[in-house]
Design a protein around this ligand. Structure first.
Ligand SMILES: [Zn+2]
Length: 367
């Protein structure tokens, strides 16, 4: 998924926090909301504090996911905040449904905890009468209003995220709970179906009560549900495919005595993108990944250098009986671009590289 440009604003608990560029749309939004007050200084001030408080709540929600994930052994690549919410991107999604359940539920629990904390704070500061005060957001001009709206927002975030439909946390909680009983694949189908029914109810119910927001949320949920299904199908296909069915018997072999220019010529033939480099005894000495070649092409210097001095040492041998999904993880973890594929007796039956795997993932298996 291409998320577009986002900016690193800092790290908390060693997890990078990024702002999606659309977050700057909040500036005109604040201006629009505070216009009725004639841009009164204190109105703008408190409204801005409110926006920061709301996004702070969303951020803590994401940290609920990320830190629970860390506790269970999954690291988080980053957290991205956008005007429509946040996302904590895990390096690897939990296959264990119990883990998925805990990681997912932790986010909404943070919001309910925050709501309780803010409610206590309001009672301490303003007594029991804090709730009845009813100003519209454009009239916020004191900390009481700000705290009250942040508290209510956290209750809303808690409820909204528990809607049992993808991509809300509730959809994942539902899926993970069903998966504990009947397995992952079926549970996704059931959760997606329930999500779609929810979506339709949102649209119908929304129209019935004369809301515009509810039908929009409904349509959003409806289309997101399909995406989750696609993602899972994708994963399953990789899981069901053996590396030996993808491996290529014929390979273009490079030699440590070849120059970079030789390698570029072989690369340009277009048959193979990543290469193994052999020594004079016929053993693999290293690898020449595609990006090494592209780097050489773009720099254009030192092309007469021998591959023995330019190659990468990152290559590996894998069993042909691994799944494509396992291979994908190996490539990612070891930074490897090409591997020997072996049969059960350890005999080399071919090669597999990132390009072949990438083409398979993109549905265009070419052998
Ligand atoms: Zn969440």
């Amino acid at each position: 998924m291409n998320l577009g440009r986002s900016f690193l604003i800092g790290r908390l608990f060693n997890i990078p926090v990024r702002l999606h560029w659309t977050i700057f749309l909040l500036i005109p939004f604040i201006a629009f909301q505070t216009a009725p007050s004639g841009y009164a200084y204190e109105n703008i001030f408190w409204f801005t504090i409110l926006v920061i408080g709301v996004f702070g709540s969303v951020l803590l929600h994401e940290y609920g996911h990320a830190l629970t994930a860390r506790f269970l052994g999954y690291s988080t690549r980053d957290i991205i905040l956008s005007p429509i919410g946040g996302v904590a991107r895990l390096e690897k999604f939990p296959k264990d449904s119990k883990h998925e359940l805990w990681i997912t539920i932790a986010g909404p629990l943070v919001n309910i905890a925050l709501a309780i904390i803010f409610a206590f704070l309001l009672v301490i500061l303003y007594g029991m009468g804090f709730l009845p005060a009813s100003a519209t957001v454009s009239e916020i001009d004191n900390p009481n209003e700000v705290l009250r709206i942040i508290m209510i927002t956290n209750i809303a975030l808690f409820l909204f995220n528990l809607i049992p439909a993808f991509p809300m946390d509730g959809g994942r909680i539902l899926r993970a709970s069903i998966a504990l009983i009947i397995g992952r694949e079926k549970s996704t189908k059931i959760a997606v179906t329930i999500g779609k029914i929810m979506a339709v109810l949102f649209v119908i119910g929304g129209i019935y009560v004369g809301s515009t927001t509810l039908p929009i949320i409904g349509i959003f949920i409806f289309f997101s549900a399909g995406n989750e299904m696609k993602q899972l199908g994708h994963e399953q296909r990789l899981n069901d495919t053996l590396v030996k069915s993808l491996s290529r018997e014929e390979q273009v072999k490079l030699h440590i005595g070849d120059t970079i220019l030789d390698a570029i010529a072989r690369y340009n033939e277009g048959v193979q993108r990543n290469f193994l480099v052999y020594n004079s005894l016929g053993y693999v000495a290293g690898a020449l990944p595609e990006y090494y070649i592209q780097q050489a092409i773009s720099s254009g210097v030192g092309l007469d250098k021998k591959l023995g001095q330019y190659m990468s040492t990152a290559w590996t041998s894998v069993s042909g009986n691994l799944s494509a999904l396992e291979l994908f993880d190996i490539f990612k973890k070891q930074g490897v671009a090409i591997a020997h594929v072996m049969d059960d007796d350890g005999v080399i039956i071919g090669i597999i590289d990132r390009n072949i795997l990438g083409n398979f993932i993109n549905n265009e298996v070419d052998k």
